[in-house]
Ligand binder design. Structure first.
Ligand code: GUN
Length: 297
């Protein structure tokens, strides 16, 4: 019994954090509706029939509904041309009552990610992927922060409060997670190391880190020899292993050695969706020249 309780106190409950946060966002969305006579509105575009993407989009739509946010789901066939997708985005850019636009990734191979990301109006860029928003994040300016790194940041702040001076290791250098995460951690006065699949002696580096953000995309890659005692581990990985969902971290090892760890599922995933709702409401206020008192970022 004792062991179980001890383990439970080590688990960072992303589901609980997201629930609290969404309650707050829902209130903000309701206030927006009182002011503007309409709900904040998020448009989600899904191209093709990738099963994982379909599940993510469904979760986003359901969460929006529960959060006083209107959503528009646009389903396009996997053969949709790049030109037709860009035209759809332009239409949504010019739609007065659409506050946020999200194009679910990954895209089919015949569509260039860069063109899609650049075509979304920075004012409606709920993912924070547009070069203008991304650049502002790198500069430490006010911006829209990509949802997954923002969710990781949120949980770290709740768990540790002041991150000053900690050695944070980000494993993964993607534009969606690794690079924006680096900026957020630098702003928190962390000493930041970025590692990736080509890094040599990763276990050695990792063993020195106070905070690990694991976003490598390899199931249960981070095992005991990577983990320093008393560290805090945020597992961004979502890997399907024989129908079971596992992260990039070997959870049992992390539970034994680390101070705190996020589970998969129930860690970063729910926080990512909550942050998408946050970004939608924030952009809705901004676009409509309403005061948005920053409750987060
Ligand atoms: N696919 C996986 N993660 C993301 C994300 O953060 N945003 C979008 N648009 N698609 C994704």
């Amino acid at each position: 019994m004792m062991g179980i309780n001890n383990n439970e106190s080590k688990i960072i409950n992303g589901k609980n954090y997201s629930r609290d946060f969404l309650t707050h966002i829902s209130d903000l969305a309701q206030k927006f509706e009182n002011l503007l006579n309409r709900k904040p509105c998020l448009a989600v575009i899904l191209i093709g029939d990738n099963n994982a993407s379909k599940i993510y989009v469904k979760n986003k739509i359901l969460t929006a509904k529960d959060t006083n946010i209107k959503s528009i789901e646009i389903l396009l066939s996997k053969n949709t041309s790049e030109c037709d997708l860009l035209n759809e985005i332009y239409r949504l850019n010019n739609e007065e009552k659409v506050d946020g636009i999200l194009v679910q990734l990954p895209l089919p191979n015949h569509i260039q990610l860069e063109k899609v990301v650049n075509s979304i109006s920075p004012k409606k860029d709920v993912d924070g992927f547009h070069p203008q928003n991304f650049g502002n994040l790198m500069l430490g300016n006010d911006t829209v922060v990509p949802c997954t790194p923002l969710g990781c940041w949120y949980m770290l702040k709740k768990e540790l409060n002041d991150l000053t001076g900690y050695h944070a290791l980000v494993i993964g250098r993607s534009n969606i997670v690794g690079k924006p995460m680096q900026s957020l951690l630098i702003k928190e006065n962390c000493t930041v190391t970025i590692a990736h699949s080509k890094s040599k002696r990763l276990a050695e580096i990792s063993k020195k880190a106070d905070i690990i953000i694991a976003a490598i995309g390899r199931p249960e890659f981070i095992t005991r020899e990577f983990i320093k005692s008393n560290s805090v581990i945020i597992d961004v990985g979502i890997n399907r292993n024989d129908k079971k969902l596992v992260g990039d971290v070997k959870f049992e090892d992390a539970l034994k050695i680390a101070k705190k760890v996020t589970p998969v599922p129930g860690g970063v995933g729910p926080m990512t969706i909550a942050c998408l709702m946050y970004n939608t409401v924030k952009l809705a206020y901004r676009r409509n020249n309403q005061m948005f008192k920053e409750i987060l970022y």
